[in-house]
Ligand binder design. Structure first.
Ligand SMILES: [Zn+2]
Length: 469
């Protein structure tokens, strides 16, 4: 599809009046659209949206104002605030109806950030050495601001979407399954607002190696999360007369068995494609092993070698691991209780009941009781074939020639699980590249390379435009 508007890259190159090679010139003048994006981004990261002191309602109102200014009407926008300070912004831009609606989802809450721990104020955008530093500079305000500025631009350009574009900027993603999680709340209470053929969300992104784009991940699945507490009890007694029933020993033995247990390997399309497309980036035995698994091999030696790397192990199987223990009540008493918390990350195509059964069998002590904190939220795998994945591949080839697009199952959770569960295939894709060795999301001094951020915004513009054309 050709556009009558020159690409951002060309504008930037023209504005810089310098030779534009494969990379941007050092500090190119910003285009008008990049300036708007910068203003939106700065405003958004500087609004504190932490749970302790912030308000996503305030952020939602600010973003609503930007869209109104760009020409959207009041009745296209709504702020949904089911809980104080936990507002969500939902936009519906009506399309011609030729195609089914699409959903752009991003969360506008951020993880806590203490001023005294950071080098600079986490809620003041800093610009140093080619980086923007602030809480939310990546997670997830980079994406939320890209959505806002892209939609504002398309609206002002007179773009006519062939499908409804729904955008939801939501609260409390970082706090998990809490009631005020905006994505969860809207999908539960007003599902018709977000009903779409597919959706775009966080969870994907590009990886740099030696400062250059190396691979581009598209998240099409995520593992299911559930936690158990196990307890072994006894009558206790005086520690001067030990018994064989000490629950600390019983629980320790059970946990040692769990530590040694490996859940069975399960290879779905996403796993095989992940390994076969990652293989060419590796060398030697690792590359060979990845290629083998990509071809469906479950050879024990291959699996053993790959399983040495926690990330690959987590791609291959469900995992359950002890995360907390608590036992005894006095240094001079036999314990009456030993408790262990075990956190499980299940493959989305695994059977949670079967996982539980294996867990109980592995602990191997019928006196151990079990309590599950919450049932896992189902989260089906989004189809690998389809317009989103294909468009992401096409645009990646255009913008970062030779960089492979790798479908990915994240081991952590995103709000996409609620949408997938509601029947909306979600894709985590951003075009935002970062150095995995310098990953600071959720951590101190969260930052993003400025040029990578602008590139990601350009990717998002093309993606939204092509998907809605
Ligand atoms: Zn996030």
């Amino acid at each position: 599809m050709t556009s009558k508007f020159p690409s951002l890259r060309r504008l930037v190159c023209a504005a810089a009046i310098a030779t534009c090679g494969t990379a941007f010139a050092q500090a190119p003048a910003l285009t008008a659209e990049q300036q708007r994006f910068y203003a939106v981004y700065k405003e958004l990261v500087e609004i504190n949206t932490t749970h302790s002191a912030g308000s996503t309602t305030q952020a939602a109102q600010a973003m609503r104002a930007v869209l109104l200014k760009a020409g959207f009407a009041e009745d296209e926008l709504q702020i949904i605030e089911p809980f104080p300070r936990k507002g969500n912004l939902v936009l519906r831009w009506k399309g011609t109806g030729a195609k089914q609606p699409m959903l752009l989802m991003g969360h506008i809450d951020v993880v806590e950030a203490k001023r005294e721990d950071w080098k600079t104020d986490p809620f003041k955008l800093q610009e140093t050495d080619g980086y923007f530093t602030a809480r939310g500079s990546i997670d997830d305000k980079a994406m939320a601001s890209a959505f806002i500025s892209v939609l504002a631009q398309l609206r002002q350009e007179g773009f006519k979407p062939t499908r409804d574009i729904i955008m939801a900027l939501t609260a409390d993603e970082e706090r998990g399954d809490v009631e005020s999680n905006g994505a969860m709340w809207i999908l539960k209470n007003k599902p018709e607002l977000l009903k779409a053929e597919f959706g775009i969300n966080e969870g994907g992104g590009g990886e740099l190696r030696n400062g250059k784009p190396n691979l581009h991940r598209v998240q099409i699945a995520e593992k299911l999360y559930t936690t158990y507490e196990f307890e072994l009890r006894d009558v206790g007694g005086h520690s001067s007369q030990p018994t064989a029933n000490n629950p600390i020993y019983g629980m320790s033995e059970a946990l040692a068995r769990l530590g040694a247990y490996k859940f069975p390997v399960m290879l779905a399309d996403v796993t095989k494609t992940y390994f076969s497309r990652t293989a060419p980036l590796m060398s030697g035995q690792l590359a060979e092993d990845m290629r083998a698994v990509g071809n469906g091999s479950t050879d024990a030696a291959v699996i053993d070698r790959l399983s040495q790397t926690p990330l690959y192990n987590a791609q291959l199987r469900t995992t359950c691991t002890a995360t907390m223990v608590n036992a005894g009540h006095a240094e001079n008493a036999l314990p009456q209780s030993a408790k262990a918390v075990v956190n499980c990350r299940m493959l989305p195509f695994d059977d949670p009941d079967n996982v539980e059964k294996q867990l109980v069998q592995t602990l191997g002590n019928p006196k151990i009781t079990m309590r599950q904190f919450a049932k896992p939220t189902r989260s089906p795998v989004s189809p690998l074939q389809g317009v989103v994945f294909e468009t992401a591949e096409k645009l990646t080839a255009e913008m970062w020639s030779g960089v492979p697009v790798i479908p990915f199952m994240s081991t952590g959770a995103t709000d996409s699980r609620f949408a997938r569960n509601a029947g909306i295939p979600m894709y985590g894709v951003s075009g935002l590249f970062f150095d995995p060795a310098d990953l600071r999301t959720h951590g101190l001094d969260e930052r993003v390379e400025i040029q990578r951020l602008y590139d990601s915004r350009e990717f998002m513009l093309k993606l939204v435009k092509q998907l809605a054309s």
